[in-house]
Design a protein around this ligand. Sequence first.
Ligand code: B12
Length: 232
Amino acid sequence: MRRDGGDELTGTAMLGADLPVDVLALRAELTDAFRHLDEGRAEDVLDQCFDAMPLEDALRDVVVPLMHGVGDDWASGAFSVAQEHFATHVVRGRLTMLSRGWSRGDGPVAWLACPPGELHDLPLFPFGIVLHQRGWRIRFFGAHTPVHDLLAVARVSPPDLVVLAATTPHRFAARRWELTLLAQAAPLAVAGEGATWHFAEAVGAELLAGDPVTAAQGVALRRSRSAVEEPA
Ligand code: B12
C-alpha cells in the first residue's frame, strides 16, 4: 500500500474517500493511442488523467513512467522510432502547456538545462512544473546548452539553483571543469541517469536522485525549511 492509500500492485491511486484512479489503465490507454498514432485519443486520456488526479500525482504516476515505458518499447522494438517521436511530441505539448507562466512570481529562481550533446530535456518539465507549483520561478534552457554561457550569466546574476540533467555520465564528465566553476558561481544540482553521487561530489554539486516530481518536492521543502531557520 502507498502512503496516499493507493496500491502499487494494482496501480490504483485513491483520491479522497472512494475515487480510485487506475494509473496502469491510463498508461496502457495512452501507450495504445501512441501506438496507433491517435493524437485525439491521447489528448482525451491526458485530459481525463489531469482532471482525475492532482497535477503532481499525474506527472509522477502517469507521465514519467509512461515515457520510461515508451523508451522500453522502443528499445525492445515494440515501438518504432516514429511512434516514439510521436509520443514525445504529444507529451511535450502537454508539458509545455502546463509550464506556461512558470517564470512568473517572486520566489527563488531555478535554471533548468541539459549539458552539450544531451537532447533529453523532457524530464526537466515535470521538475520545473512542480517547483513552480511550490513558488519557484523557472528559467528553461532545455537541451544542448553551453555550460560556459550559463557560467557567464551566473557569475553576474546567480540563480538560487541550477539543475543540469543528462542520460549518460559522459555528458557531465566532458564538462567537468566548467561544471566545477558553475558550482562555485551558483548552487548546482545534477540529475538523470547520467548523474552519479561521485561526480556530483567531485564538482561541488548536489545529486538529485529519484524521479523529477519527488526531487522537486524535496528541493522546495528543503528551501522552505531553511527559510524558516534563517529568516531574512
Ligand atoms: C523521449 C526520448 C528521446 C527524445 C528526447 C526528447 C526530449 N526533448 O527529451 C529523442 C527522440 C530526442 C531521443 C533521442 C535519443 N535517445 Co532517447 N529516449 C527518450 C525516452 C523514450 C523518454 C525520455 C524521458 O523523457 N523519460 C522520462 C524520465 C523522467 O524518465 P527516465 O529517463 O527513466 O529518468 C528516470 C531518472 O533518471 C530520473 N530523471 C531523469 N531525468 C531527470 C531530471 C531531473 C531534474 C530529475 C530530478 C530526475 C530525472 O527520473 C526518472 C525516474 O526515476 C527514453 C526512455 C526512458 N527510459 O526514459 C529514451 C532514452 C533516454 N533514449 C535513449 C537513446 C539511446 C537515445 C538516442 C541515443 C537514440 C539514437 N540512437 O539517436 C538519442 C540520443 C540523443 C541525445 N544526444 O541526447 C536511451 C538512453 C540509454 C542510455 N542511457 O544511453 C533511452 C533510455 C531509451 C532506451 N530504453 O534505450 N530520445
